[in-house]
Design a protein around this ligand. Structure first.
Ligand code: TXA
Ligand code: MG
Length: 359
């Protein structure tokens, strides 16, 4: 028993060191030949990065434990943070769960394929490595043609987290995947820039009342229109309480952080402009109207009445801040709720929960 554990440990360590210098990472366009190449690699237990409509994913066969383990190793992801399993048809879902919650059909009809992940009770086909020992599994049917076709070609569901180094902003183009995982994975399927830009909304249907675990492009209001009552998990709007285990383990980490320090300003353009001029900051992530006024080099999130565009741009803006050598970034989010909840949630984490403002 001990010997077996020791051997597994040693294997993990050697895999980790190999992974640091093993690959000349190929970046291929999304065509049938590339999908076949990706399948060949994944059949053998490798991991491949692929475009989805939200962010790029780092995919492995959900039925190949060692491959799933490699996802954690390549990203440096904590083992206690479970992965999302991606499917390309409803038929693929049934074997993965023990029961179909009554609300599933409503959600699937309205939002699948698309940026919504649904947590359900898992079946024995889903390994504890994917779910970090939880008795539930998170399932998503993505809409981007690249990941959709890749799952169809493979014929098995794909476990995939975002394709960034753990803790860094999620990658919204192939270039950023290469930046984080180049040399650590064999292949990136380049499907262009992601249209949504923040990770999927995660909702749990594993209990009696649906619970929002992570906000995304599918808003809380949209979920409530379809489901009626939807609770909001602790930790979506505020820092996780010390010592408390959140329902969605991914929400407990400092996350989405560039190398630069980030401070989040929640509130008006005027208040932001004044705060940005305070002398502490050397870069701004804000909206068109206040960009010129704030007196700092800046990256625009678009118009301040368009949450979708801001979401689409936010992770690349955080990476641009690093590319431009920023030391301390001030970022603006107009509000903490409604359409702005997903942007607020991500920027709050990038800022390590350092939030100021007039809201
Ligand atoms: O848009 C997305 O969801 C992207 C693309 C690639 O599909 N994926 C993604 O995966 O964002 P990842 O691993 O970065 O985030 C998964 C989130 C984490 O917060 C994790 O804790 C949560 O989903 N999660 C996964 N399985 C869960 C479960 N069984 N119960 C609760 N939360 C779960
Ligand atoms: Mg992630």
């Amino acid at each position: 028993m001990n010997y077996e554990r020791g051997r597994r440990q040693a294997e993990k360590i050697s895999d980790f060191f190999d992974r640091r210098r093993k690959f000349k990472t190929q970046v291929l366009p999304c065509d049938e030949q590339s999908y076949l190449k990706a399948k060949e690699l994944m059949d053998k237990g490798e991991v491949v990065a692929v475009a989805t409509e939200t962010v790029y994913g780092l995919a492995a066969s959900a039925f190949h434990d060692r491959a799933v383990q490699r996802i954690f190793l390549a990203k440096g992801r904590p083992q206690d943070n479970p992965l999302i399993v991606h499917i390309s048809s409803i038929g693929m879902l049934y074997p993965l769960v023990t029961e179909i919650p009554p609300q599933l059909e409503l959600l699937a009809n309205r939002f699948w394929p698309g940026p919504l992940t649904i947590v359900m009770k898992k079946s024995g086909l889903i390994s504890d490595i994917i779910t970090a020992g939880m008795d539930t599994v998170a399932i998503r049917m993505p809409s981007h043609p690249s990941v959709k076709r890749l799952i169809e070609v493979c014929g098995y569901p794909l476990a995939a987290p975002s394709a960034n180094t753990s803790g860094a902003p999620s990658p919204t183009s192939a270039k950023y995947v290469l930046e984080d995982l180049g040399g650590k994975i064999p292949l990136i399927l380049d499907g262009g820039d992601c249209s949504v830009g923040v990770e999927s909304t995660v909702v749990s249907l594993a209990g009696e009342t649906p619970i929002l675990l992570r906000p995304g492009a599918v808003t809380l209001e949209q979920l409530r229109q379809v489901l009626g009552e939807v609770k909001v998990a602790k930790g979506v709007n505020e820092p996780p309480a010390a010592g408390e285990k959140p329902l969605s383990p991914g929400m407990s980490y400092r996350h989405y952080s560039p190398k630069a320090k980030v401070t989040l300003y929640v509130g008006s353009a005027e208040g932001f402009t004044t705060a940005a001029g305070g002398g502490e900051y050397d870069f701004a992530i804000c909206f068109d109207a206040e960009g010129e006024k704030c007196g700092l080099p800046y990256e625009s999130l678009g118009e301040s009445d368009n949450a979708a565009t801001a979401q689409q741009r936010v992770f690349s803006a955080l990476r641009h801040a690093d590319e431009r050598g920023a030391a301390h970034v001030i970022a603006r989010c107009p509000a903490k709720d409604g359409d702005w909840l997903a942007l607020f949630n991500r920027l709050q984490r990038s800022a390590g929960f350092e939030v100021i403002g007039d809201e």
